[in-house]
Design a protein around this ligand. Structure first.
Ligand code: XIL
Length: 327
């Protein structure tokens, strides 16, 4: 294969190779060329989050999301809607809402309107994102349901409810739970496993689990063997699994260059070898635009995170070659 996308399409069963795409990125021709040539799956980096789509109550703003979705379709790419229910990038009017009935109605309206708008264009969704928190981002210690307007006003049942509403809106869509620091075995992923198993046992319409796979500061590290063993138990529940936001942060010197190459190869291979691992999405295209560069938790202090597969001139890095070798 001469592109990641082609390697994924030739696999048996085929595997989607994705990237987080930003509206800003699509303003650059090199970005557009590499993004379209190398990937078959798109997640909008920010444009389909609640604050972007419903900035004020009941008033939806589709323009920047439509631009990404339409560009993806012109390039024959599938799209994952990211994300319907999340505590972050939630507008103030929503995060400050009180009353179980109010919050339930607002959640129902958001899911219904957003999935309705993109119906026939988007058929995979992150329904709930990052609903579990721990004492630190490494995922070790005291996992619990994360406080949010949804948990606080509706109760734990909000997760089941979100999936049920999504299923009513689109009987054929794939519905996913997505989270970070659940990539290797730790207390957080054990908690998520039990939560998801409970959903499956109760007949909640969940189709799969997305493992964000942000490796390096401030998240955990995970070897290919960890990832393989961990994903396997989720597929044993009858679910699909996906690598949904992969990047490997070199800032702070925590992950060496050699480790980064090994992780990229071995983790991609772990998904590739698991028939029910259906997609691998990288969280960006080129290092210069990585969210990690400017995110305080990532220890970059203005330096490049060197976390992705393409350099600032959109050339292929050694990380690209290692990923290609694993496919
Ligand atoms: C990040 C974006 O990349 C940034 O541009 C934005 O400022 C914050 O959100 N987990 C997720 C993604 O599910 O939506 C986040 O994306 C990264 C962590």
């Amino acid at each position: 294969a001469s592109t990641l996308r082609e390697a994924g399409e030739k696999a048996n069963p085929p595997i989607l190779i994705g990237a987080a795409i930003s509206g800003g990125g699509l303003g650059n021709n090199d970005y557009k060329r590499v993004a379209g040539a190398e990937h078959s799956y798109v997640t909008a980096e920010n444009e389909m989050k609640w604050d972007s789509l419903e900035p004020s109550a009941g008033n939806f703003s589709w323009g920047s999301a439509d631009n990404i979705v339409n560009w993806a379709r012109q390039n024959n790419m599938k799209i994952k809607g990211h994300t319907l229910v999340w505590h972050n990038q939630l507008p103030g009017w929503m995060s400050s809402m009180t009353g179980k009935d109010n919050v339930t109605a607002a959640m129902r309206r958001h899911i219904t309107q957003v999935m309705g708008h993109f119906k026939d264009r988007v058929d995979t969704w992150d329904v709930v994102n990052e609903a579990v928190q721990t004492d630190s981002d490494t995922g070790v210690g005291n996992p619990r349901m994360r406080p949010s307007v949804f948990l606080n006003q509706i109760g734990e049942n909000y997760i089941d409810l979100a999936f049920q509403i999504a299923r009513e809106q689109d009987p054929k869509a794939k519905l996913y739970y997505n989270d970070y620091s659940i990539d290797a075995r730790n207390a957080k992923v054990d908690f998520v496993y039990n939560m998801v198993k409970g959903m499956v046992d109760r007949g909640v319409p969940i189709d799969g689990v997305g493992f964000q796979m942000h490796i390096g500061p401030p998240n955990n590290e995970a070897t290919g063997a960890d990832v393989a063993a961990n994903m396997k138990r989720f597929t044993d529940l009858g679910l699909e699994v996906l690598i949904s936001e992969m990047d490997i942060n070199r800032c702070g010197g925590v992950v060496t260059a050699e480790e980064q190459l090994a992780y990229y190869h071995d983790i991609v291979e772990a998904c590739f070898k698991l028939p029910k691992c259906t997609a691998i999405t990288f969280w960006g295209i080129n290092d210069g635009r990585s969210w990690l560069n400017s995110w305080s938790g990532a220890l970059c202090n203005g330096q490049s995170s060197q976390s992705l597969l393409f350099n600032d001139q959109y050339g292929k890095k050694e990380t690209y070659n290692r990923v290609m070798n694993a496919l």
